[in-house]
Design a protein around this ligand. Structure first.
Ligand SMILES: *[C@@H]1O[C@H](CO)[C@@H](O)[C@H](O)[C@H]1NC(C)=O
Ligand SMILES: *[C@@H]1O[C@H](CO)[C@@H](O)[C@H](O)[C@H]1NC(C)=O
Length: 655
């Protein structure tokens, strides 16, 4: 019974494909015939029979030629394979709640979690900015930029970050201590998305103890335009007291912009300009430039040269440690009302100090309000708690690109690639790890959101919306999102391809269920409640498709049994082949993967999913037909007696 249900639904999927393919074509061919025959009849009324016969012959010939051609050469006019066809429903990210002020308020951010400090906007080809510095280890200099364990920083991470307009990070590299503070503001006259500022504060152990031992610290701050727009250098690079302007440029999204540097101490600035679309290996460009200078002139500084119309400018900021440098980015410049001077002075120096203090207390108050820890925990634990939420929010990234999807078995393509490209897509998401996994992972995201919705439900919905919009027409979502060259540069070859036969736990239901519960308990403001409801209402058809995808493709032989498909049955290197797609990579399962397996964890996920669907359907009193089915499936899957009899059967079979 179960099996036939599954099969019929699989069949209906194949059928709809056939409809789209062949009916469409035949209909076109038919139209063509009608037109031709009409022409013929009107031209030669007398020869109507002969002409019709001829026309018919020509038509038949055409059809036969067409069919033969298709059989021999099936990929002549390639259809978009189902696996890379987006789910045919309105996108969540097109909801009004994600436009306007919301969208603008999240435009700039520390959305490059794979670098120690990186800023970009939530747009496919952004202006990006970032920081590098020279660390010293065993008497040698090392350039730090991309988060990697081999740098052996004794610590780095956000001590606080509110996900929107403030963050403070502490990085310890041998005896160097670097603090980076990020602040965003939308002042009078700012362009789209507003302005932002960074305070960089470099100290060292030695300089604290011994003033004679003072040494020079080297920071490198860069801006790069992914759109290829040319950047211009500020007026006088060498006298920072005369002018703080480092760089200017202009973009379609934000208008004119300026980048300024201000510091209390005397800062020495050098620069280098490059033109390349490859921003992912900027560290190499900087290293090459520094190495050439060191070899030629025996000095540690950038060349103070630039190619013409550079799209990348790197500024070296050197000074005696300890020193502080403020970097301010102002947008919407170049018009009379842009008030650049006022905005700059509020984003640097003592004004920046007090803004940062304010933001820090706001963060602390919100933290206490959200998680109510002060009464329960000692102050050290609270510091850890703040860092935990700070790193979760500070690790949120924005990515744009196309996943590579392995070919479904029966696909034939002209090119000999072993993959298909998913449609170009944006993803705004938290990431599991900045050095190792600085990209979106479907199953991790549900857990991340359990924390994030409590902090900022709009950020949470925005992330969920991006993920659900990545669903294909079968109801499948690629598990690991490797979007864009920067993301790809961090992934070993063998993990790049996403397999459309394999699922990943639908953890997003964890947070959806909590949201529904919180709505019922009136935990949100009226506006928030309305937004969450309209989100759920639009999400429902995608969530249903997601559930159906699991319920059909990952089901097992026995009724209401499921197993993770895609385990390696041929490996001779593993006693217990891994089940990466389940999220529980090396959880002990059957030593010999087979169709007989029944994975309890997946069955639990199915219960969570169908139970959540049931609650959402209830919330909107949607068609009782579906609701009933969800209800009964949920009852079945949560029936312990049934589960136990199920296990007993399994045991009896084994005995
Ligand atoms: C899930 O699949 C089973 C087996 O095919 C079927 O009996 C059940 O109705 C499905 N559940 C839903 C909610 O579609
Ligand atoms: C950067 O990467 C591109 C493409 O991956 C490569 O062609 C180029 O040589 C690299 N540049 C440097 C300086 O390594």
């Amino acid at each position: 019974m179960t099996g036939s249900g599954r099969r019929s639904s699989a069949r209906s999927r194949i059928k709809s494909k056939t409809d789209a393919n062949e009916d469409g074509r035949l209909r076109n061919a038919g139209d063509h015939r009608r037109n031709t025959s009409r022409d013929h009849t009107s031209l030669r009324l007398l020869n109507v029979n002969i002409k019709m016969l001829l026309g018919f012959t020509v038509f038949t010939f055409f059809i036969i030629w067409f069919l033969i051609n298709r059989l021999v050469n099936p990929d002549q006019e390639p259809e978009t394979p189902r696996v890379i066809t987006p789910f045919p429903a309105p996108k969540l990210m097109d909801l009004p709640m994600f436009q306007g002020e919301h969208k603008e308020s999240l435009y700039w951010g520390t959305y490059r979690p794979h670098v120690y400090l990186g800023i970009r906007a939530r747009t496919p080809r952004s202006l990006v900015a970032g920081l590098m510095w020279l660390g010293v280890k065993d008497g040698r200099y090392h350039l730090r930029h991309v988060c990697q364990d081999s740098d052996e920083l004794s610590k780095y991470g956000w001590t606080r970050h509110n996900g929107r307009d403030f963050g403070h990070q502490l990085l310890v590299d041998q005896d160097l201590t670097l603090e980076t503070s990020f602040l965003k503001s939308k002042g009078d006259g700012s362009g789209y998305g507003g302005d932002w500022a960074l305070r960089l504060d470099l100290q060292s152990e030695e300089s604290r103890w011994n003033n004679d031992m003072q040494r020079t610290g080297y920071l490198f701050f860069y801006v790069a335009d992914e759109d290829g727009n040319a950047l211009s250098l500020g007026r006088d690079m060498f006298d920072i007291h005369e002018s703080s302007l480092l760089a200017i440029g202009s973009r379609a999204d934000i208008g004119g912009w300026q980048l300024h540097l201000k510091g209390m101490e005397s800062l020495e600035v050098h620069y280098s300009g490059f033109r390349t679309p490859h921003i992912h290996n900027l560290s190499d460009l900087v290293l090459e430039n520094l190495a050439a200078q060191a070899a030629m002139f025996n000095r540690l500084q950038l060349s103070d040269t630039s190619v013409s119309s550079p799209n990348i400018l790197v500024f070296q900021i050197s000074a005696r440690i300890p020193f502080k440098a403020d970097i301010a980015f102002v947008s919407g410049t170049g018009v009379k009302t842009s008030r650049v001077e006022e905005r700059l002075s509020s984003l640097t120096g003592t004004s920046l100090t007090s803004l940062l203090k304010e933001k820090q207390s706001e963060f602390d108050a919100k933290f206490e309000n959200c998680f109510k820890m002060a009464a329960k925990l000692d102050s050290e634990s609270v510091v850890v708690g703040k860092a935990a939420i700070g790193n979760m929010l500070g690790g949120i990234g924005y990515f744009y690109g196309q996943s590579k999807v392995s070919l479904p078995k029966n696909t034939k393509l002209k090119n000999h690639d072993n993959f298909l490209l998913y449609w170009p897509a944006e993803l705004y998401t938290a990431v599991p790890s900045r050095p190792f996994f600085p990209r979106g992972f479907l199953w991790d995201e549900g857990f991340h959101q359990l924390l994030i919705w409590r902090w900022d439900v709009r950020i949470c919905l925005d992330i969920l919306g991006h993920w659900l919009d990545l669903m294909n027409t079968d109801g499948w979502i690629p598990r690991e999102q490797i979007l864009g060259a920067e993301a790809l540069s961090k992934v070993p070859e063998e993990f790049v391809l996403q397999h459309p036969t394999n699922g990943n736990p639908p953890t997003l239901f964890l947070v959806l269920r909590e949201l529904i519960y919180a709505i019922k308990k009136n935990k949100f403001t009226a506006t928030e409640s309305n937004e969450i409801s309209s989100f759920l209402e639009r999400a429902l058809v995608r969530l249903e498709a997601w559930f159906q995808w699991f319920n059909t493709t990952q089901s097992g032989k026995e009724m209401s049994s499921y197993f993770w498909h895609g385990r390696d049955t041929t490996t001779i290197r593993e006693l217990n082949p891994k089940t990466l797609s389940s999220g529980l990579d090396d959880y002990p399962r059957a030593s010999h993967p087979s169709e007989e397996e029944r994975h309890l964890d997946l069955r639990c996920w199915m219960l969570l999913a169908v139970d959540s669907l049931h609650s959402i359907a209830e919330l909107f009193e949607s068609s009782s037909e579906h609701k009933k089915e969800y209800g009964s499936t949920a009852t079945l899957l949560s029936d312990f007696k049934f589960l136990i009899s199920f296990i007993l059967i399994l045991h009896t079979e084994l005995i």
